[in-house]
Design a binder for this molecule. Structure first.
Ligand code: GDP
Ligand code: GDP
Length: 464
């Protein structure tokens, strides 16, 4: 048994676009029963290693009269009842509408699990709508762009812990593309989709990325304790990330990697290309990204690109320098590495840099600790009271500019999200505030609230 996800929301928010993205060409046969089911589309969805059924309430028109509204409600309720999990979608560009509020009410009453998604989330035009979505009282929204395929990583992270509660997830559906090594997956609930509580069992999701030969497989094998990665699927069969689950120093982790795929591919000349695009995929599904460098050739352009991508995707980042066992001048080398790191990756300021030997296992305890810390910071929440005290101090120390003699006022600040931390500042003329002032605030937040190694998002919001 897998699970069923219903995508619900008012017309035109992007439900079908997401449906098509999840289902691709694997659309199930159209149900030709008379009546309301004709308006429900069903398909077999894939998201990385997840396999599930997705339902879309297709063919709805914006309800203007009462009968249409009734039909919309009926159809939604039907989809909700069929589903284990509901993805409630709003249009972040349009903000929250009264129809959205009606839907939210239905879901609150009826749905087993609700995931809130603010779609059309690409670009700054969606910032305000994403924040507004909190007002629906359905928790933190996922910022999605169904059209551009952005935010699917977050969707995955929300689905994963729920999905972990359903039986025989991927093993049955697609054994050829999955090398998850979970013994526990196969034995979970034979009696159908009973959800078990997941909060404490949720594994920390880690991606190990880096150039070919940096030592990724060696590192992961060392963590897994066995030569497991060599049994990857054939390259070309799947474009999905491969994951392995284990317990690392007592922490349940899921490690995303592509080395196994690459190993079997035996296409040496395509190594570079494969490892970059696969690395990207792994990054999308991770909470913490470990950028593994070869101490002999650190900070290659490929390393820099993937580290930058991890930052832009909002992942927590740990830099690990491998093959430290063969390094002779360790002190000198470490100095050089730190200097290069600050110069080449200023956007990752403060991210931990750990030296390891994947081969001997030395330094892996420190790597583990750095990952845990980065993950913790990534999840950190600062109270509104603390933030506003802090903001007052920052404003006094260095007042914002006054273009044309009118000072820009920063009135109030709150943390709108975690994973990574995101803050909203209410501001009198957000468009006039220079980027340097935002940077001043971001760097201040990082220092004063001890948030190294995590991307920090700052949204300036005008007051209307
Ligand atoms: P549905 O009625 O909720 O199923 O919405 P559709 O999937 O048919 O999408 C409605 C419109 O929004 C279409 O024109 C899509 O191309 C557009 N759309 C969907 N997702 C996005 C997105 O992420 N960004 C933007 N800008 N437009 C989107
Ligand atoms: P991948 O391509 O990133 O998966 O790299 P591999 O794990 O296949 O390692 C590439 C080569 O580097 C292999 O010959 C490994 O034995 C070697 N290697 C990996 N880690 C270490 C290390 O910590 N020290 C040394 N000396 N060699 C290593």
């Amino acid at each position: 048994m897998s699970f069923t996800l219903a995508i619900v929301g008012r017309p035109n928010v992007g439900k079908s676009t997401l449906f098509n993205r999840l289902v691709g060409k694997r659309l199930a046969l159209v149900d030709d029963q008379p009546g309301v089911t004709r308006d429900l589309r069903e398909g077999d969805a894939r998201l990385a290693d997840l396999r599930f059924t997705v339902i879309d309430t297709a063919g709805l028109e914006e309800a203007t009269d009462e009968s249409l509204q009734g039909r919309m409600r009926k159809l939604t309720e039907r989809a909700v009842d069929m589903a284990d999990i509901c993805l409630f979608m709003i249009d972040a560009r349009a903000g929250v509408t009264t129809t959205d509020e009606v839907f939210a009410e239905i879901l609150r009453k009826r749905a087993k699990h609700v995931i809130l998604a603010a779609n059309k989330g690409e670009g700054a035009a969606a910032d305000a709508g994403v924040i507004e979505a909190y007002s629906l009282g359905l928790g933190e929204p996922i910022r999605l762009s169904a059209e551009h395929g952005e935010g699917l990583n977050d969707l995955y992270l929300h689905l994963m812990p729920l999905a972990d509660g359903f039986a025989e997830r991927a093993a049955e559906d697609a054994p050829e593309v999955d090398v998850t090594l979970d013994e526990d997956e196969a034995e979970a609930g034979e009696d159908g989709p009973a959800l078990r509580p997941i909060t404490d069992a949720k594994p920390l999701q880690i991606a190990v990325v880096g150039r070919p030969n940096a030592g990724k497989s060696t590192l992961i094998n060392q963590i897994l304790g066995e030569e497991k990665l060599l049994t990857g699927p054939e390259a070309g069969i799947t474009r999905d990330a491969i994951s392995s689950r284990t317990s690392w120093e007592g922490t349940p982790v899921r490690i995303f990697d592509t080395a196994g795929m690459r190993k079997k591919a035996k296409v040496q000349d395509k190594l570079e290309k494969l490892s970059v695009s696969d690395g990207l995929r792994a990054v999308k599904f991770a909470e913490v990204v470990v950028v593994l460098l070869d101490a002999e050739i650190p900070f290659e352009s490929q390393d820099l690109r993937i580290a930058d991508l991890a930052e832009r995707e909002g992942r927590a980042v740990v830099i690990a320098v491998n093959k430290w066992d063969i390094e002779e001048d360790r002190q000198g080398k470490l100095r050089d590495l730190k200097e290069a790191f600050e110069r080449l990756l200023p956007q990752l300021r403060g991210a931990p840099l750990v030296t390891v030997s994947a081969k001997t296992g030395r330094g892996l305890d420190r790597l583990h600790a750095a990952i845990m810390k980065a993950h913790d910071v990534w999840n950190r929440r600062v109270s509104t009271a603390q933030l506003n005290r802090w903001l007052t101090g920052m404003l006094e120390q260095h007042p914002p500019p006054a273009p044309q003699g009118k000072r820009i006022k920063l009135r109030y600040m709150t943390q709108a999200k975690t994973r990574p931390p995101g803050f909203v500042v209410m501001c009198s003329h957000p468009d006039k505030l220079p980027a340097s002032y935002s940077r001043y605030l971001v760097n201040g937040l990082r220092e004063d609230f001890d948030m190294p190694g995590t991307p920090i998002r700052l949204f300036m919001r005008g007051q209307s």
